[in-house]
Design a protein around this ligand. Structure first.
Ligand SMILES: *[C@@H]1O[C@H](CO)[C@@H](O)[C@H](O)[C@H]1NC(C)=O
Ligand SMILES: *[C@@H]1O[C@H](CO)[C@@H](O)[C@H](O)[C@H]1NC(C)=O
Ligand SMILES: *[C@@H]1O[C@H](CO)[C@@H](O)[C@H](O)[C@H]1NC(C)=O
Ligand SMILES: *[C@@H]1O[C@H](CO)[C@@H](O)[C@H](O)[C@H]1NC(C)=O
Length: 145
C-alpha cells in the first residue's frame, strides 16, 4: 500500500478501512522475478484474530503474470470455517482458482492474467494449529513484448 505521510494524522486518514489489523483489499505490485515480496496474515505465525477478513490484490507489470507461493497453517478441524481463496482477476471480474487450499501446506499458484486476489477469512473459533498464511509473490515474464 502506497502512503504519503506529511504528519502522523494524515497517514491515519489515508489508511483504508481495516478489520483487526488487515485490509479487505491491500494493493500490491509484484516485483519482477527473481526479486520477490511477501505478505502475511496479522500476527503470523502467532495466530490470527477471529471473525477477520483480509484481502490482497497483486498486480504484475504488462506482459507478466503473478507467481504466488502460499503457505497456510489454518485449523484442520472439520468444524472450522477458516479459508483461503485465490482468484484470477480480469479487469473487474473475479474467478475462483482454488477454494480452501490445503489448509496446512504450501501451494504455488500462477495467475492467468496480470492480477490475483487472495481472500482470507477466519471464523469465530481459534485453535492451536492456526498460524495464518504467509505468501511470497513475484512477476514472471510471459515472453511477449
Ligand atoms: C482492489 O484494489 C484494486 C486496485 O486498487 C482495484 O482495481 C479493485 O477494484 C479493488 N477491488 C475491490 C473488490 O475493491
Ligand atoms: C525470494 O527471494 C529470496 C532472495 O531475495 C530468495 O532467497 C527466496 O528463495 C525467494 N523466494 C521465492 C519463493 O522465490
Ligand atoms: C502437502 O502437499 C504435499 C505435496 O503436494 C503432500 O504430499 C502432503 O500430504 C500435503 N500435506 C498436507 C498436510 O496436506
Ligand atoms: C465472532 O462472530 C460470532 C458470530 O457472528 C459472534 O458470536 C462472536 O461474538 C464474534 N466474536 C468476536 C470476538 O468478535
Amino acid at each position: 500500500m502506497r502512503q504519503l505521510c506529511f504528519a502522523g494524522l494524515i497517514c491515519l486518514l489515508l489508511k483504508p478501512l481495516t478489520t483487526e489489523g488487515c485490509s479487505i483489499n491491500s494493493t500490491l505490485d509484484a516485483p519482477q522475478s527473481p526479486a520477490n515480496h511477501t505478505f502475511s496474515s496479522p500476527s503470523w505465525p502467532q495466530g490470527y484474530p477471529v471473525n477477520m477478513t483480509c484481502g490482497w490484490y497483486i498486480t504484475a507489470p504488462e506482459d507478466h503474470i503473478v507467481m504466488l507461493q502460499l503457505t497456510s497453517q489454518l485449523s484442520s478441524s472439520h468444524s472450522s470455517k477458516d479459508s483461503v481463496e485465490v482468484y484470477d482477476v480480469e479487469s473487474s471480474e473475479l474467478s475462483l482458482i482454488t477454494i480452501r487450499l490445503a489448509l496446512q501446506n504450501t501451494s504455488t499458484v500462477f495467475s492467468k492474467f496480470r492480477s490475483l486476489y487472495i481472500l482470507f477469512t477466519s471464523d469465530d473459533k481459534t485453535s492451536p494449529s492456526e498460524q495464518g498464511i504467509f505468501a511470497t509473490y513475484t512477476a514472471i515474464s510471459t515472453g511477449k513484448g
